[in-house]
Write a protein that binds this ligand. Structure first.
Ligand SMILES: [Zn+2]
Length: 113
């Protein structure tokens, strides 16, 4: 989660985007794609250019505008799999929310060392 927050903060005001590897109910890895286009409000990820990986079951992206809720585009196009995380400024552990692909909020427990 620290990696997500730092990456989102460093890209602000552009939108951070990444994919999530999920095993069981645990997010085990954040995957950065080499071909992501980070933009203002509309970062793009090209799923069709990647090998099929059934362990990729979610995504994470930032909303630099500070809106913690999913947009219509998130629900119609972007959200998939088991968990979809949105992070907002100030990119702290309390500015994170997790949703199903249908937009229902999920509990998110962050384990810290
Ligand atoms: Zn969004």
């Amino acid at each position: 989660m620290e990696l997500i927050l730092v990456a989102s903060k460093n890209l602000h005001p552009k939108e951070f985007i990444g994919k999530l590897r999920i095993r069981g109910n645990e997010i085990t890895e954040v995957i950065f794609e080499p071909n992501i286009r980070y933009k203002f409000n509309t970062s793009s990820i090209f799923f069709h250019m990647n090998p099929i990986d059934p362990s990729i079951k979610g995504c994470v992206h930032s909303h630099p505008d500070g809106e913690i809720k999913p947009t219509i585009e998130d629900l119609n196009i972007f959200f998939f799999g088991k968990a979809n995380i949105i992070v907002i400024p100030p990119y702290s552990f309390s500015s994170v929310a997790c949703y199903t692909r249908e937009g229902k909020k999920l509990p998110l427990i962050i384990y810290r060392d």
